[in-house]
Design a protein around this ligand. Sequence first.
Ligand SMILES: Nc1ncnc2c1ncn2[C@@H]1O[C@H](COP(=O)(O)OP(=O)(O)O)[C@@H](O)[C@H]1O
Ligand SMILES: [Mg+2]
Length: 312
Amino acid sequence: MIKMNVVIEAINLTKYYGNFPAVRGVTFSVNEGEVFGFLGPNGAGKTTTIRMLTGVLKPTSGQVRVLGYDMTREPEKLKARQRMGIVPEMANPYIDLTAMQNLKLMGELYGLPKWEIEKRSIELLKLFELYEKRNIKVRGFSKGMRQRLVLAMAMIADPELYFLDEPTSGLDVISARIIKDIIRDEKKAGKTIFLTTHNMNDANELCERIGIIRKGKLVAIDTPEGLKRLTKEHLSVEVSLKPMMFDPSVLSSALRVERLGDKVKIYTNDPDKTVKEIVEYAKERKLKIVSIRTLSPSLEDVFVEIIGGKND
Ligand SMILES: Nc1ncnc2c1ncn2[C@@H]1O[C@H](COP(=O)(O)OP(=O)(O)O)[C@@H](O)[C@H]1O
Ligand SMILES: [Mg+2]
């Protein structure tokens, strides 16, 4: 058996703001080389957890060890931080500095030699498609460009472990894709990544394991496929008809019908029967089937089932 190297370990991690419990007895560990996704609705406690894991916030109780260091202890946690890249929620580079100057400043904070800062900054600016803009003050950057720069800054010292708090949230498509591709490359290079996100597709594509947090409590933790197996009745058939006339009441196999743009999604326990019913329905009414496909439960289905509308 291969022995896994535990990189992040949280035991009974708890944080009260006054008498409000934001994080309640969260226990989990993350192994070396793993991308661990931390999912939960707004206010669930994701950022509070990340702040405790990175030593920014002291837990009310519980333990947190990262790279073998106790993150609640002053001299120790600084050693761990030297080996981490952190992208806090809604982080901002210095707007009066250029992209290049921000990277250099970060390199100095990590104590890197000048030549290395120079070399690494150029590599990263190119990687994040910011090289042409390297001498422009960040004040003139779009949100997506700023976020790319923040991630580049977190990568300056080539850290072995990343904490990324909603790195692609609210970004333009191109910036989000650049960031996602780079996260994927860092994972391939064997880095450990702790990622919070709202985006189910991102989590599904990037993460080896996912923890779901609700009202400060960890309510599920598994691989994306393992989580999907938790739900039973989420097979569905997605169909687009032309013209888009659809009366769900004629399908005896439909459990629930959702309209999605120019398609309908029909939840069913018997996709075979549903497909046959749709084909029959279209034939009778002389409708063209533009597309039809059977879908397995998505991570979003699982998430909705676990979280429901019950986060209040
Ligand atoms: N500094 C603070 N003081 C008081 N309450 C806070 C503070 N920071 C966060 N909270 C509350 O703690 C809960 C968890 O917040 P947070 O960790 O930011 O959640 P998430 O990142 O999952 O959206 C929320 O209800 C939030 O309002
Ligand atoms: Mg947050």
